[in-house]
Design a protein around this ligand. Structure first.
Ligand code: FAD
Length: 434
């Protein structure tokens, strides 16, 4: 007789504690088989030493160790397409329900619809829960039921809602004994999935009362490096967003909390407007005649534009998988406006390189930078890559760190002249959008 189980499918929620869907599964009356699938459809597009894959693998192994030690159970880890893995699982087990946390990206939504219909043919229910955000989908919308397209009113309603409802945690960590005891559960090494350990590691995050209190005063200065590095941890769910929002909301200064609300703003924008993954939110902006000069694009990617703050940002990204937000705005603006290169190319490069890459935040911010998105910077506001240094890196400490050659003769001369590039941009944008 096959054993009757409930499955919990981990995706971007890689933790045993305060995990909503996992908690619901563990409360049920069947033993829970936790699973993770290294999705071939996603992995096949990544370099074999991708730091994010190493990070996922390492965190799964940490979870395995805890389960093994304390409960003598484990997570079943697979490699393949979710559809094939579920087909096999339905043969190996009598599955009653599959529990998982909701993912709002277009690929995830279509994958989940496919899995849900597959399970339905066998009378297995696919149960999904909210976990990666405080408010999702239609929970924060205008009175007429449509989505907020401007951050400020969205954040106001978010904060009101949050004050009203407070935070409810989901103590999944107290029920781990309800996981399935079985000796035949497979684990996989990085090598088994065709990957190797990355040389660059994803940094740990720092969130404490001092960081939150000082955040507003220090966050704009890349040399200070005082931001939390929370991005990848929220992206892969190695920390619970409820825990972070709770910490942030306890402090008097709510600037840090407001950044977490930007993340939710962009999550709901992508969910309401999935076409913005590819198209400009404002359709007129897709009429812009991008130059897309390949040589200039490569110079931008390599941090060799001859503009030291732009180059410092790109070199920090290439070396560490991180770039300070202030500099992300500048390099993005420089690509779209000074070089007239399509924001989609910059977005794709960031997607490949950023450890905290998150589709909704990346697309939301790139469209903001290009002027094509919701609540975006007006197109005629063009960052000056030289005066930005006076404002945000006056002592050149950030530049010196990432572009030590910036005063040497070998350092490239600027690939475009600022004033001419600015005028060209204004003319091209104006033609498309006015
Ligand atoms: P902190 O400054 O400590 O902020 C804490 C958290 O708040 C972040 O980890 C993030 O979850 C959230 N947050 C902060 N700023 C933003 C913002 N503008 N939009 C959305 N969420 C925000 N952020 C991503 O998480 N993934 C991306 O792929 C991404 N791509 C970006 C692309 C461009 C062109 C720009 C201008 C910004 C992008 N950002 C992205 C937003 C922001 O730069 C990063 O979240 C931040 O720099 C990450 O560093 P941190 O974790 O130390 O953040």
């Amino acid at each position: 007789m096959k054993e009757a189980v409930n499955i919990f499918w981990f995706r971007r929620d890689l933790r045993l504690e305060d995990n909503n869907g996992f908690y619901e599964a563990l409360k049920s009356d069947k033993p829970v088989l936790p699973i993770f699938i290294f999705d071939e459809d996603i992995l096949s597009k990544l370099p074999k030493d991708d730091a994010r894959v190493s990070f996922i693998h390492k965190n799964l192994q940490k979870m395995q160790e805890k389960l093994k030690k304390e409960n003598n159970t484990s997570i079943a880890i697979f490699h393949g397409t979710p559809k094939d893995i579920f087909k096999q699982l339905t043969k190996d087990f009598t599955i009653v329900n599959v529990f998982t946390n909701r993912d709002y990206e277009p690929y995830a939504l279509s994958r989940d619809t496919e899995i849900e219909s597959l399970l339905k043919t066998q009378n297995i229910e696919f149960k999904t829960f909210k976990d990666q955000v405080i408010f999702e989908q239609n929970e924060i919308v205008k009175k007429d039921g449509t989505a907020y397209k401007v951050y400020t009113p969205f954040s106001r309603v978010w904060l009101d809602g949050f004050k009203r409802q407070g935070i409810v945690f989901f103590p999944s960590e107290t029920l781990l004994d309800n996981t399935l005891k079985s000796s035949s559960i497979q684990n996989l090494s990085l090598k088994d999935i065709g990957f190797k350990e990355a040389n660059v590691k994803i940094a740990p995050y720092i969130v404490n009362p001092t960081l939150i209190a000082d955040y507003e005063a220090t966050r704009n200065f890349p040399a200070k490096d005082t931001t939390s590095k929370l991005g990848p941890h929220l992206r892969f769910g190695t920390v619970s967003v409820r825990k972070m929002v709770n910490e942030a909301s306890k402090q008097k200064n709510i600037t840090f909390l407001k950044e977490l609300i930007w993340r939710e703003f962009f999550t709901q924008i992508l969910w309401h407007f999935p076409h913005t993954a590819k198209d400009s939110f404002k359709p007129k902006y897709d009429r812009i005649e991008w130059r897309n000069n390949e040589v200039e694009f490569i110079a931008w990617c390599d941090g060799k534009t001859g503009y030291p703050l732009v180059d410092a940002g790109m070199r920090q990204l290439n070396e560490t998988g991180f770039m300070h937000n202030r500099v992300r705005m500048l390099v993005g603006s420089f690509l779209c406006k000074h070089l007239l290169i399509d924001w989609r190319l910059g977005e794709a490069y960031f997607a490949l390189k950023l450890h905290d890459y998150d589709m909704s935040s990346n697309i939301g911010n790139w469209q903001w930078v290009a002027g094509s998105g919701v609540d975006a910077a007006p197109y005629f506001r063009i960052f000056n890559p030289t005066t930005q240094i006076d404002k945000f890196d006056k002592q050149h400490n950030y530049i010196k760190k990432w572009v030590p050659d910036y005063q040497e003769l070998t350092y490239p001369t600027p690939i475009v002249e600022h004033k001419a590039a600015r005028e060209r941009c204004l003319a091209v944008y104006k033609l498309a959008v006015s």
